[in-house]
Ligand binder design. Structure first.
Ligand code: AMP
Ligand code: GLY
Length: 431
């Protein structure tokens, strides 16, 4: 099977790495990819946001399957264009990707499907926002309706700051905002694969969204992740499949816009039960890096089954019983104003350590030297029998890598590892 992967990040590098390990894969291409992906796949300088260009590339290469990594190409209709060219594609249509592209649409689908989520109001004016803030009380949660690369959500006790964010969102053309009740409790990411009818869950992971240790500082795209979650309640995956994924996939099919691809269920385990925080229409980054590190089932056939409506016939997935931890190395200034062009050292040495692999995100080659080229630069993955081992392995890799001004968190999976190994001094379950 020949495959084209669309995207540039560590998530796409993780996908390509898993595909390269699948004996059924005979050729790998990426558009546009990055230097790490380039070690495993042929890179093509094609704009991932241009549906016609991606479809033309897939046709010219004669690939059997296209896998779309990020949300923006999906919302732009890349999957539709590839499908129209007669090529199988893993990733939802633009109409189905609205589950991520519009928070108001996602709320409407969840309401129709009876999926548990935060109560919310979709608002078109500041007066409506003010009324909703009063109705739900603090902490206030205000979300921009459209795609905002993780920057559209403000959670604050400050009513004025909540109103200010709402005003900024409403000032955009066609802008609307979603105000919702605050959800307490730890967050879990669960990816559920779908072919439009059937669903297959992967294993849960947890993401660390804030830039600094102890969840301080601003939100980022994600600074690290781990899997499994030893503290998660038994039956969580089955509950999400039955109360979230199946009803949502059925509702999308009923509307004539079947959802085929990966439904990323962002969940909060609140004191009143599990609630959906958000849906995404693609794999999460960096959670994918740890989930795929544990997947033993060959990936290409699994994603092809989603693309071709054959998930029901696909056998059960197999998983490594051990743990995986990933630590993101970000550039100086991230997430506000990321600096580029800093020299990276030690990447090969880190990747040569047992149980470590290094995935590229924002990297570039300048005169054969690897330099930073974006906010999140590398995702260092460590595996081991336990979270404690996987964590130590990942950080041993991080310690080998040099990046001037580079930032990483030192507490990824720390609490979960300590709890799982019976260290009673760390209580609580979030992050
Ligand atoms: P979203 O883009 O909807 O995933 O929101 C980004 C982050 O904001 C989430 O991962 C949560 O940490 C936080 N968040 C979103 N909605 C809520 C909510 N209703 N209550 C508390 N935190 C929230
Ligand atoms: N890890 C968060 C995201 O992919 O949206």
């Amino acid at each position: 099977m020949e495959i084209l992967v669309v995207g540039t990040g560590a998530r796409e590098h993780a996908l390509v790495r898993a595909l390269a390990a699948d004996p059924a894969v005979t050729g790998l291409h990426a558009a546009p990819g990055n230097p790490g992906i380039g070690e495993l796949a042929r890179l093509h300088d094609v704009d991932p946001l241009d549906p016609a260009a991606v479809a033309a590339l897939a046709t010219a290469l004669g690939v059997d399957l296209v896998i779309v990594g990020p949300e923006a190409p999906l919302v732009a209709g890349v999957a539709d264009a590839v499908r129209a060219a007669g090529i199988a594609v893993f990733g939802p249509s633009a109409a189905a990707a609205r589950l991520e592209g519009s928070k108001a649409f996602a709320k409407e689908v969840m309401a129709a499907a009876g999926v548990p989520t935060a109560a919310s109001r979709t608002c078109a004016t500041v007066e409506q926002v003010a009324a909703a803030l009063t109705e739900f009380g603090a902490p206030h949660v205000v979300k921009e309706d459209g795609l905002a690369a993780g920057k559209g959500v403000v959670v604050t006790d400050d009513r004025e700051a909540a109103l200010e964010h709402a005003r900024a969102c409403l000032a955009k053309p066609g802008g609307s905002v979603v105000v919702e009740e605050y959800l307490d409790g730890p967050e879990v990411s669960l990816f559920v694969l779908s072919d439009g009818t059937d669903v297959v869950p992967l294993v849960p992971a947890q993401d660390f969204k804030r830039i600094f240790d102890a969840d301080a500082g601003p939100n980022t795209g994600g600074m690290g992740a781990y899997s499994p979650l030893p503290w998660a309640p038994d039956g969580l995956v089955a509950e999400v499949v039955e109360t979230v994924a199946r009803p949502t996939v059925a509702e999308m099919a009923r509307r004539g816009t079947p959802f085929a691809g990966v439904l990323y269920c962002g969940l909060a385990l609140t004191s009143r039960g599990m609630r959906v925080v958000e849906f995404n229409a693609r794999f999460g980054d960096p959670e994918t890096q740890v989930v795929l590190a544990r997947l033993r089932t060959p990936l290409a056939g699994l994603l092809q089954a989603c693309a071709t409506g054959e998930l029901a016939a696909f056998g059960p997935l197999t998983w490594d019983d051990g743990a995986a931890v990933t630590v993101v190395i970000a550039s100086a200034g991230y997430p506000t104003q990321a600096r580029s062009g800093d020299r990276l050292t030690g990447v090969a040495q880190a990747g040569a350590l047992p149980g470590v692999h290094v995935l590229h995100a924002g990297t570039a080659l300048h005169d054969d030297a690897l330099v930073s080229a974006g906010g999140r630069v590398l995702s260092v993955v460590g595996t081991g029998a336990t979270l404690t081992e996987a964590r130590a392995t990942a950080y041993a890799g991080v310690d080998r890598i040099g990046l001037d001004g580079g930032q990483h968190r030192t507490d990824i999976a720390a609490r979960a590892a300590a709890e799982a190994s019976g260290d009673a001094s760390t209580e609580g379950k979030d992050a």
